[in-house]
Design a protein around this ligand. Sequence first.
Ligand SMILES: *Cc1c(COP(=O)(O)O)cnc(C)c1O
Length: 400
Amino acid sequence: MGNQKEIIALSDQYLMRTYGRLPLALVRGQGLNVWDADGKRYLDFVSGLAVDSLGHCHPRVVAAIQNQASQFMHCSNLYHIEPQARLARLLVENSALDRVFFCNSGAEAIEAAIKLARKYAKKKHGPERYEIISAYNSFHGRTLAAITATGQTKYQQGLEPLPEGFRYVFFNDLDSLRSAIGPHTAGILLEPIQGEGGVNVADQKYLQGVRRLCDEHGLLLILDEVQCGLGRTGRLFAYEHFGVTPDIMTLAKALGGGFPIGAMLATEEVASGFAPGDHASTFGGNPLACAAGLAAVQTIIEINLVRQCERVGTYFLRRLREMQDRYGFIKEVRGKGLLLGMELTIKAGGIVTRCRERGLLINCIGDYTLRFIPPLIVTEADVDAALDVLRAALDEESEG
Ligand SMILES: *Cc1c(COP(=O)(O)O)cnc(C)c1O
């Protein structure tokens, strides 16, 4: 294994330049900690972007993967796959949805949701119903359809022509949505909490209003819980905060406990929009990914991680808000559970660097917002340790 400098040089020479990577090569993780190739340890409040909710290398996930890998790693969806069916049952029994399609990522789950929404709406209401309305500042992934559903032009530039049948509304603005609904509308796609777009929490009244508009106009409510789902907001699914249920829901990030897997869930009625042959994925729902997912979701439920996340998240939010008194450049602290953002009036990148130098990984979204998405296994003491580092970084920043 190379040292950090060697790994970075190799990476810079051979990989496509799709990422603006930080000068850090991580090689090992355990619980809340990760280590770089030179042996330095970091407290990880990024969690592989809300993936490692159980911390790194959770023993139950590791054991499930090891067992399944030695028994049967891949099986085509030409056949029935037990771990896939069992993971589907677990998700259905714990959500408001009835059927599951498995894929390999969040973008693929969104792609599946868009296809199902079109299929269902055309069958139910006629061929003119195909349009998906989504929100500005949303993020739904990087495939051509998912990036078109993403209401941020910066990600779309240079990719034109984009697929047709998408339009955008302002988040948390019911009037904007009402006036966008037309004869072509099939469904409304929203994140209950916009993650990548700045940790923007939907108002309860807004989401309830969206649900009502969907019911009035025969539209599908598609909730993207790829980032906020599976416990991160202090509920197993974020929609539970709002007193609404979706017709279609997408999951990915935390679903596999670190292993790649995505899922698209729908009600029985809406799932009827797909017939055999309408959608497929070679790797989707393979035994290895589903064994990992089964272990991850079972563990999240059995150790009551959702309750812990709510408790520690509430504490973390309060402590972050208290910091507003001391640092004038903190504009707002927002979020739910352990999906928290701190918007600054100064650029946030320098603070991320200062935290990293002091052994804490956080990230920033856009130029001004710090995001905190630690593993859900963090305790108040871990949060205190992270806050000590953050305070030191902010002090340094205010001194210039
Ligand atoms: C990360 C994310 C996606 C895309 O997931 P990928 O696995 O990167 O394709 C989609 N929706 C939301 C809300 C996300 O946070």
